[in-house]
Write a protein that binds this ligand. Structure first.
Ligand SMILES: [Zn+2]
Length: 332
């Protein structure tokens, strides 16, 4: 059964790679927005405290840059938005590269490759977390699991309740299952629990810095290749949990903070976790020229919303070879 499933998958991947939308002639403009989070080599210790769905290696990322130059007109997202607004003619197959969050590894590993291949990109920064020791909670959980800190998680009154009891080996699969369970809780409750653990142990203090500082972000910007957009102030999900005031803070203040630090207009926005309610969407539409989501797909010119742009998420498992990457781009 498994053999048949793998065979079917391999045939489909092959078909998608050879005959997908990225290979075909088009009569109306289409836009592929690629979504990346982290770029890390497998021998970097940070690779192992990251969820598999969040990371590609520098080698894979470079292969992607070479492949998109073969199939697409590679543009800045800002330029595509401006061109469609002014009614200018758009290329039939455009591709743009985006990064979420503002990870330090984007500065270390992605920027040199963007420069080498002269590919522009947009980076969505979590404005109030730039230049701080902020950590995303899944990384904190993984750090504890992989640094002999699991008893702190097991003994925590909240996090202990979700600790997988049926497995004894702590590996990335175990961590992924635990994190999946914890995602049912609010971010606030999880951060409060992790703050309790921080009081009991120095383990979390030793984590490597996650996000860029202002200097690094400015170097990205000054490369002339990277535009910065807002990814809110603190990466809160913009859903019904937030009041109007908090939504305004996340959406409007993040823009102001980035504009004052970077001395540049900020026109693009990215919804954390792809979540938003109607009020958040309206506020984003009133504040920014365009916004990207985590909804999967290719943007077709006759059917898209400028503040709900679809993207194609990429990570190592689904895009480590040219064929897998092509299948991911195929739209099939
Ligand atoms: Zn994010």
């Amino acid at each position: 059964m498994r053999f048949l499933k793998n065979l079917a998958k391999s045939i489909l991947t092959r078909l998608a790679y050879h005959y997908g939308h990225h290979r075909r002639q088009h009569h109306e403009p289409k836009l592929w927005i690629l979504m990346y989070h982290r770029i890390l080599p497998t021998d970097d210790p940070r690779y192992h405290i990251e969820e598999p769905g969040m990371v590609v290696t520098p080698e894979t990322f470079e292969m992607h840059l070479q492949e998109i130059k073969r199939y697409f007109t590679v543009m800045r997202l800002q330029d595509w938005v401006d061109a469609q607004e002014s009614g200018a003619q758009l290329p039939l197959k455009t591709c743009v590269v985006t990064f979420d969050d503002g990870w330090m590894d984007n500065f270390e590993y992605a920027l040199p490759l963007l420069k080498k291949h002269q590919v522009p990109a947009t980076l969505f920064a979590v404005a109030e977390k730039i230049d701080t020791s902020f950590q995303f909670w899944p990384n904190m959980v993984m750090w504890l699991l992989f640094n002999a800190g699991e008893t702190f998680l097991q003994q925590d009154p909240l996090l202990g309740k979700y600790y997988p009891q049926d497995k004894s080996i702590i590996d990335r699969e175990f961590a992924a299952e635990y994190i999946r369970k914890l995602k049912g809780l609010s971010d606030k409750d999880i951060f409060t629990a992790l703050a309790r653990i921080k009081e009991q142990s120095n383990l979390l203090q030793a984590m490597p810095r996650a996000l860029m500082n202002w200097n690094e972000l400015k170097q990205m910007q000054n490369s002339g290749l990277v535009d910065i957009g807002s990814h809110t102030c603190s990466h809160k999900r913009l859903t019904h949990h937030l009041g109007t005031e908090e939504l305004q803070h996340e959406i409007i203040q993040s823009r102001e903070l980035l504009e004052s630090q970077l001395e540049q207009k900020i026109n693009l926005f990215c919804f954390p976790n792809g979540d938003y309610n109607r009020i958040a969407l309206d506020l984003v539409a009133a504040t920014y020229k365009a916004a990207v989501t985590t909804q999967k797909g290719i943007v077709t010119y006759n059917n898209f919303s400028l503040h709900e742009l679809k993207r194609i998420g990429l990570h190592q498992q689904v895009s480590g070879t040219k064929r897998d990457f092509g299948a991911r781009l195929s739209g099939i």
